[in-house]
Design a protein around this ligand. Structure first.
Ligand code: GLU
Length: 478
């Protein structure tokens, strides 16, 4: 994969420029934009841990970008390249993402500079718990104010350790489960969270394809079925997006790019099998049912219908933006397209579905998990059987009135009460659709805005600005 390319600006500056661009495009007050852009707080912690025969000092960050809504929310990243600029940039993206998706959270992000592959599970548990203690004891991990979630290099396992560390510090907090989201389902998690970001990408693409007048901008036609897709990164996000899209929407995943190279197959790769191979061998090389190419970067530039960068930020940058041949870019990873690349791609007429919309599925389902933790009750517990009873009454009424028995499958579908996973998926689908409706509406009202990212930022900035106006922290220009 492309190393984070040396652009003329940092990741954070790039995100800020996106805000400036949206401010200008929609004629918003630049002073308000100034207030919005500035991050609210960053904590850096350093803590020593005894690892094997020596002591290692670890460095981690928690960056809070906005607190107009609480808790401040975002993923916790474990990776060797983590740094403060990246954490702050990602925390800003969380603010805009939550605002766009109507999630009542502020934006935050955490990071720990570590290569998880170098440690045993026991060591990782110690390190994660110690990091959580550092944050919690300073008020930077708390169900009311700062709530992390999985991100690159972390999963439900780390979230369970974090929740456990928090509970040992604050056993009397009756909302302790809500101090972190993305937990294992039997430890206060919610069904559907693990795959939520990938599922959200699928819902976003399905929604995009429901609007022929939008689709035409990308030069794509017809339904999702048969579209030729390239995915970069088969981690949690890329894997689930590619799996759902290929299995349910019948797209053809013609290439998968990973750290050690890329796999190509014009007939479509079996995403599940590739993931299995990756888990077993640590790379994609040696996978039988595909052509292997060592130069994964070159595959990013291959001709295809839809490109889903779902690995690291800055993968599509000023260096390669001229070479990209995809018709549509679906930004699975946060900041996958740099500001400069975005400018180039827009000039080239390549349509992008921006990260702040398409990858909002993770935090959306985190929101469901957090509210479930606060209510101490799973969704649907009260009404599921009542709904089934009513469904059964409808079915019987139809049968009695028509004098005909209902086909078994139809009857089951009418009668069935929603499971918690059904409700989570429904809420996620609705969130993705509503956000795109807002984006399209904003573009209709402001015909000078021609791209989805700018429209998404305009919506987010306006919502953030309103909460600052309400508090009297900024002057309303209206
Ligand atoms: N890490 C995910 C993101 O970047 C999820 C954050 C969350 O659930 O709080 O959006």
């Amino acid at each position: 994969m492309t190393e984070a390319h040396k652009e003329s600006m940092s990741f954070l500056e790039g995100v800020d420029r996106m805000v400036d661009r949206a401010t200008l495009a929609a004629g918003l007050d630049p002073n308000t934009a100034c207030i919005i852009k500035v991050g609210s707080a960053v904590i850096q912690v350093k803590f020593p841990i005894r690892v094997r025969s020596g002591v290692e000092v670890f460095t981690g960050w928690w960056a809070i970008h906005s607190t107009h809504r609480l808790p401040a929310k975002g993923g916790l990243r474990f990776a060797p390249h983590v740094n403060q600029d990246e954490t702050e940039a990602l925390s800003a993206l969380m603010s805009y993402k939550c605002a766009l998706a109507d999630i009542p959270f502020g934006g935050a992000k955490g990071g720990l500079m570590i290569d998880p592959a170098k440690y045993t599970v026991d060591e990782l548990r110690n390190i994660t718990r110690a990091f959580a203690m550092e944050l919690a004891s300073r008020g930077f991990l708390n169900p009311a104010t700062n709530v992390p979630a999985p991100d690159m290099g972390t999963s439900s396992r780390e979230m369970a350790w974090i929740a456990d560390a928090y509970k040992s510090l604050f056993p009397e907090d009756m909302n302790q489960d809500a101090c972190v989201t993305g937990k294992p389902v039997n430890r206060g998690g919610i069904p559907g969270r693990a795959e939520a970001t990938g599922k959200g990408i699928q819902f976003a693409l399905q929604e995009f394809f429901r609007h022929p007048e939008e689709l035409v901008k990308s030069g794509l036609v017809d339904g999702l079925s048969g579209q030729r897709v390239i995915v970069q990164g088969l981690g949690n996000v890329g894997y689930h997006a590619a799996k759902f899209l290929s299995e349910e929407d019948k797209v053809k995943v013609i290439a998968i790019i990973e750290r050690d190279g890329a796999l190509l197959n014009e007939e479509g790769l079996n995403v599940h099998d590739v993931r299995q191979h990756l888990a077993e061998s640590g790379g994609v090389r040696g996978f039988a049912a595909a052509e292997y190419k060592e130069d994964g970067n070159a595959v990013l530039n291959m001709e295809c219908d839809i490109l889903i960068p779902a690995a690291l930020e800055s993968q599509i940058n000023a260096n390669n933006a001229m070479q990209i041949q995809a018709k549509l870019i679906v930004e699975g990873a946060n900041g996958a397209v740099t500001y400069e690349a975005d400018e180039i791609l827009r000039r080239r007429g390549i349509v992008m579905l921006p990260d702040v919309w398409v990858n909002a599925g993770g935090v959306t389902v985190s929101y469901f998990e957090w509210t479930r933790n606060l209510s101490h009750m799973r969704f649907g517990r009260l009404q599921r059987r009542f709904d089934e009873l009513r469904g059964s009454t409808y079915a019987t009424a139809i049968e009695e009135m028509t004098g005909k028995g209902m086909p078994g499958k139809l009857r089951t579908d009418i009668v069935r009460g929603a499971s918690e996973l059904d409700l989570v998926r429904s809420g996620l689908d609705d969130t993705m659709r509503m956000a795109f409706a807002d984006i399209r509406d904003t573009m209709k009202r402001n015909p000078q805005i021609k791209d989805y990212r700018t429209a998404a930022f305009v919506i987010a900035i306006k919502k953030l600005a309103q909460s600052y106006y309400d508090l009297g922290l900024a002057e309303s220009g209206e």
